[in-house]
Each structure stands twice: as C-alpha cells, then as structure tokens.
Design a protein around this ligand. Structure first.
Ligand SMILES: Nc1ncnc2c1ncn2[C@@H]1O[C@H](COP(=O)(O)OP(=O)(O)OP(=O)(O)O)[C@@H](O)[C@H]1O
Length: 391
C-alpha cells in the first residue's frame, strides 16, 4: 500500500512541444494519500488515462517523477510497481474458470495454494461470484467478466494501489449503482489506495471521498463533492459539477463596485477589497449556482427584475430559465415554490456569489472565510447541495 506523489509531472505525446496545449498532462504536483478513495473526474480527452498509465508504469512521463511512499518509481516496470489496474473493458482469460482467473495474479507471485484458495473465496464472496467459480469465463456476461477483472485486482494483499479506468462502462445501468457501492465497501474493508477514473460526476461522488477534477491536462480542484459544489475553484468545476451547472456572466469592477450592465452586483466586502487592490477590472466572471439564486414570490425592491424564459418541471423540483441583462441563467425552484410567469424577481445571496479572474476563484481571505462560514452555516443548503451533486 502506498502514498502516490506526482512531482512536477508532465507528459506530451508530441516530439517537439512548444506550447502548453501540446501537453496531455501539464506540469502538476499532486498527492494521493495512502488508503484514500479518490476519483479522477473530467471530460473526454482531458488526460485521465494518460495520468493513470503513468502511475501504473505503462507510460513513461516526459518530465517529473512518480514516487511511491517517497521512492522514485519512474524506472520500475509496471509489474514491479504492484499496481492493479482495471480497464474499461474486462481483461479475463476466456478459457480459464472464474476461480483460475482470480487465482492467476497470486499464482504468478508464488503464493501457496491454501492462501490462494481463501483469498479467492473471500473476493468471490464480496463480488457475488461464489456460484460462478467453476464456470469458464468465456460464458459470462460482460458485467460478470468485469467483476472478475476487478476481483483480479483485489486478490493481492500487496498492491500499492488499484486504479480503475472507467470500469463500469460495460455494466448495465441497474447494476452500476450496486457495483459502485460494492467498490466502496471493498475500499472500506481493505484500506487500499484507490483511484477511480470517470467522466461521470455521479460515479465520482458515490465512490470517492475526494475528487480531483481534471481539465486540459491539469487538476483544477481536489476536494470533497461538497467543496466542489459549494466552492468551485475553477469555472470548469462550476460548469461540470452540478445539474444544471453554475451560472456565469462577465462583470466590470470600477469605482469600488461590481456591475453587470446597469445592475450593481453585491459582493462580500473582502472580495470587494481584494478587487479594489487590483484596480479596475473589466473581465471578472461572476458565478452562482442555480440552487443558490434566490427567487422571490413577487415584486421586490431589492431584487433584479428578469424575464422568464421557460420552466422545466423535474418532478420534485423545477428549473426556472430566465434572462438577465441578455444572458440566460437558471434557478432551482422547490416543489412548493410559486412559479413566476412573464417576469421574475431574483437576487444573488452574497455568500454564494463567487468571482473568477482568469477562470480561477478569487478566494476570500482566511479570516473573512471563517467569519463568512460561521455567519452562513445555518443558511447552507447542505442537503440540496449533496442532492445536486448526485444528480
Ligand atoms: N497514444 C497517443 N498519442 C497521441 N496522443 C494521444 C495518445 N493518447 C492520448 N492522446 C491525446 O492526449 C490527450 C489526453 O488523452 P487521454 O486518453 O489521456 O484522455 P482521457 O481524459 O482519458 O479521455 P477519454 O475519457 O476519452 O479516455 C488527448 O488529447 C488525446 O488525444
């Protein structure tokens, strides 16, 4: 078991890289702690598989180091790294029985047969494969084969980590949920570092304690599902996490106030102070989650008047789409909330109004942060936020 450190790691597939975009992995510093259940979440092409293959040793990084418990492993072959990797498509020996498939990694390293037997039975039990052990793998369904693939990763006690590369792609939707829970349970039982690659936020948040969000070859945020939801560190996290994603619009900071067209956007004083120190800025991005937009029941002097675009009924809640200063935005309405017609009156609570410069969050100073958190803890829609991440 190991702590995995990526030290100034970068990778390019190009022979003559000249610009950041030539890198599949842009220089990164990151630690996966021993025993953690992590997800690596990001869209197709952002570099997830490249990163996993570098950790497992299938790919040699162009720059930087991979350390297992502080020791450099760049020069070690995959089989010397003790990493188990489960791929998108099952890797099983069709002509062998399920038992022999599960026993294979242990036989390879000379484990005595009585130990192999007890470990195979234990893992088969967890994965609900006990009654399939005598069957040839060839006759199994795709999801049973993938369970065998996972089992081959789990039988070894000596693995440093298990890397899952979109392992549930071939699994039936109704079984996916069950297998994800199973993996979580296995993690709790074996305390192995697990990194689970996915482009699906639901998969990431049900499996992982902490999620690394990857975008354009970089980890733009590493946090709990709740942190990613409540405090997205990068606009991509705001957009990618949550359903629908965060609302964004460009505002201008001038003469001490933030404006969006003719409207003044009220922000936390520490953010205003921060902007003030930087001078006038014409391209501040304002971000607010649909869950945090306040929709008033009727006319309100303190609210912005906006045009209702449409309302989508999603059963237990509704999504109001509205137009504010020419930009379409969304707000979440609870089941019992009055649905506005024609015009709506909305406001952006200061504590949920985030600012981004060059796509990165302008952080509140630590003092302001704790004052702000204690002020607003009771107002935090914690249940709503977790639900929203999981949708
Ligand atoms: N063998 C290769 N040769 C050249 N470019 C590659 C190679 N493998 C990946 N790339 C490029 O590197 C970038 C990252 O790809 P990678 O497969 O790591 O992303 P990913 O996030 O795993 O995507 P997906 O979810 O689609 O598998 C992409 O631009 C991809 O086209």
């Amino acid at each position: 078991m190991a702590e995995i450190t990526l030290n100034a790691l970068a990778h390019t597939y190009s022979d003559s890289p000249t610009k950041p975009e030539d890198y599949a992995i842009r220089q990164m510093q990151h630690v996966w702690h021993q025993g953690g259940a992590y997800a690596l979440l990001g869209p197709s092409g952002c570099g997830k598989s490249t990163l996993l293959n570098i950790i497992s040793g299938l790919l040699e990084p162009s720059d930087g180091e991979v350390l297992f418990d502080g020791k450099r492993v760049n020069e070690l072959k995959p089989e010397e790294r003790n990493i188990a990797q489960v791929f998108q498509f099952p890797v099983v020996y069709d002509t062998m029985t399920v038992y022999d498939n599960l026993a294979f990694p242990l036989r390879n390293i000379g484990v005595p047969s009585h130990k192999i037997r007890s470990k195979v039975l234990e893992v088969a039990e967890i994965l609900e494969l006990s009654d399939q052990l005598k069957r040839k793998a060839k006759g199994l369904s795709a999801d049973q084969k993938q369970k065998v693939s996972m089992g081959r990763g789990l039988v070894r006690d000596d693995v440093s980590a298990i890397l899952f590369d979109e392992p549930l792609t071939v699994i039936d939707p109704q079984l996916k949920w069950k297998l994800r829970r199973k993996l979580k349970q296995i993690h709790e039982q074996f305390n192995i570092t697990m990194v689970y690659v996915t482009h699906d936020q639901l998969e990431a948040s049900t499996f992982a304690d902490k999620i690394a969000v990857m975008y354009d070859g970089q980890i733009v945020q590493f946090g709990t599902p709740r942190e990613l939801f409540e405090n997205p560190a990068h606009t991509f996290v705001g957009y990618f996490i949550g359903s629908p994603g965060m609302n964004f619009f460009n505002a201008t900071f001038s003469a001490g106030s933030l404006s969006f067209g003719k409207h003044v956007i009220s922000i936390h004083s520490s953010l205003a102070n921060h902007l003030q120190q930087r001078g006038d800025i014409t391209d501040v991005k304002v971000g607010i989650r649909p869950e945090f937009v306040h929709v008033w029941d009727g006319f309100n002097d303190d609210a912005y008047e906006v045009e209702v675009d449409y309302v989508e009924d999603l059963g237990t809640y509704k999504i109001l789409s509205f137009i504010f200063n020419g930009i379409t935005m969304k707000a979440r309405l609870s089941e019992d909330q009055k649905v506005p017609v024609g015009k709506a009156y909305i406001s952006f609570p200061e504590q949920w109004t985030k600012l981004y410069i060059d796509e990165y969050l302008v952080e509140l100073g630590s003092e302001a942060q704790s004052e702000h958190e204690s002020e607003h803890r009771s107002e935090s829609p914690s249940q709503g936020s977790e639900e929203a991440v999981n949708e």
